[in-house]
Design a protein around this ligand. Structure first.
Ligand code: C2O
Ligand code: CU
Length: 502
């Protein structure tokens, strides 16, 4: 069984750890990094820019020499790259041809609740949509995976829908992924995730590296069986259908193969100039401590975080990046001689998971780009609303927020629209905490480094035994959102809370 082979502890110290691949893996840094091409809009009109995506099964080459069955937006792994403008609504027509219900969330998007991918707002598979009787539908094995105790089948929609994302927000690196209640981890692992970059004039005008010198890096770990198929812990039949058994995947699903833009330990040829790297941790549960290992070391100059540009750049020798976080960084490859290699390493991993990708510095080139000392202006939030405490805790096999497992029908709290609230989040375990509906600012941390908390955030890592105080103002839309752990297996084990903005 999958879990029996995971002897190593997870990198949060909770067992089990990394799933071991049985397929033949490539030598690191032999596969070229795929550079995503923007998806072309199908049309642009007064409503916005229209895109079409069909969610379907496909077989793709991830490991050289193998065909891996995936679930993909347009059948690709990762899904198409959405390159869009702030202020122009993005209308994505999605058609579900998968055998499972899906829900799409634009992570980091300021989206009205109706289009934000609430975990029970399913877009149905055809087989289910065809069934008139929802009670019958609920007992169909075609739901794909383990029977859910609490899929209420309440918010069913058809096999297709438009998601309308207004994008009234700053330029930022976002991503989108499945958000189906109880099955997000399994469905994202299968391939339901992709990149979305929002651009605006403020960001465009900066002299940061652009065009071919702006590279998105979506980092995600996976494991593969002897046939090159994706291994996932709940594929283990001994874990299926037993209440509480999902709690066995305490560290979340972590694989021993690190993929960047869907390729295992890839390489990229670069000129000896500055590059802007948009790092996204799209892993289900793995956190990384990224370092640049080249002649004379290496550093990242951070220019942006989850919610776009920082006020001023911050230099890091190591980048801690927890699941769902984004770091927008500039790396200056002119510091390295032509002919050298610079490896992006993961100090939080070992063996295959200690390396991510490699840059090969192959040529000289001229470089007009620079990193200005001032990047943007960030309003400092001042608390004038409620102060709340949220406790993320694993209690007796239950994954809870404030002592409650996720109940889509019962909001945990009501946040007041337009007020700056103070949310203090605590845990004894490690959890990447994510809020929908707003970006926030980190006011303080009880422990751990605040170096990675600059700017507007939507996900922060809560280290074990820690406490983080956030300032958050829900001033985009009213209605129902969720807050949850972005370790997707923790989320699926119900470490999520609904809340209302009123
Ligand atoms: Cu990236 Cu609620 O999710
Ligand atoms: Cu968690």
């Amino acid at each position: 069984p999958a879990l029996a082979s995971c002897a190593k502890p997870g990198n949060d110290g909770i067992n089990p750890g990394t799933l071991e691949s049985k397929a033949k893996l490539p030598q690191p840094f032999t596969v070229p990094l795929p550079i995503p091409e923007p998806l072309a809009p199908t049309s642009t009109d007064a409503q916005g820019a229209h895109y079409a995506m069909t969610l379907r099964q496909a077989e793709v080459e991830i490991l050289p020499g193998y065909k891996t069955a995936i679930y993909g937006y347009n059948g690709t792994f990762p899904g198409p790259y959405l390159d869009v403008r702030a202020g122009t609504p993005m209308v994505v027509h999605q058609t579900n041809q998968l055998p499972v219900p899906i829900v799409t969330h634009l992570h980091g998007g300021l989206t009205p609740p109706s289009d934000d991918g609430f975990p029970t707002d399913f877009v149905l598979p055809k087989a289910l949509a065809d069934m008139a009787d929802p009670a019958k539908a609920a007992s169909m094995p075609g739901m794909g995976g383990m029977p859910s105790m609490h899929d209420p089948l309440a918010h069913m929609t058809a096999v297709e829908r438009d998601y309308v994302f207004p994008l009234k927000q700053r330029a930022a690196t976002l991503w989108y992924h499945d958000h189906r209640m109880d099955f997000t981890g399994a469905q994202v692992w299968k391939g339901l995730f992709g990149l979305c970059v929002v651009r605006d004039d403020e960001d465009d005008k900066l002299p940061l590296p652009k065009g071919e010198r702006e590279i998105p890096l979506l980092i995600a770990d996976r494991a593969f069986d002897a046939d090159g198929q994706l291994l996932y812990p709940v594929d283990d039949p001994t874990l299926l259908g037993k209440p509480g058994m999902k709690g066995s995947i305490k560290a979340g699903a972590q694989g021993d193969v690190i993929l960047v833009n869907g390729a295992p330990w890839p390489f990229l040829e670069v000129a000896a100039v500055k590059y802007r790297l948009r790092l996204v941790n799209a892993s289900n549960a793995r956190r990384y401590e990224l370092k640049l290992d080249g002649p004379g070391g290496g550093e990242f100059v951070q220019v942006g975080s989850d919610g776009g540009l920082l006020a001023a750049p911050v230099t890091h020798s190591t980048l801690h990046i927890s699941p769902a976080e984004r770091f927008d960084v500039v790396v200056d490859f002119s510091k390295y001689p032509v002919g050298s290699t610079v490896t992006l390493k993961n100090a939080a991993g070992d063996g295959g998971t200690a390396k991510v990708m490699q840059f090969k510095v192959t040529s000289k080139a001229s470089d007009e780009s620079s990193v200005p000392a001032r990047l943007s202006t960030i309003e400092k939030l001042v608390v004038d609303g409620e102060k709340r405490r949220l406790v993320f805790a694993l209690k007796g096999g239950e994954w809870q927020v404030n002592g409650k497992s996720f109940d889509p029908a019962k909001p945990l709290l009501k946040a007041e629209f337009g007020k700056v609230e103070e949310w203090t989040v605590t845990s004894v375990e490690r959890h990447p905490v994510h809020l929908h509906g707003a970006h926030f600012q980190v006011l303080k941390r009880a422990s751990g480094s605040g170096d990675y908390d600059e700017g507007w955030k939507d996900t922060v890592e809560l280290s074990p035994g820690s406490e983080i105080t956030l300032a958050v103002r829900f001033d985009a839309y009213r209605g129902r959102y969720v807050a949850h752990c972005h370790n997707l297996e923790h989320e699926d084990m119900a470490m999520m809370a609904a809340f209302q903005v009123v």
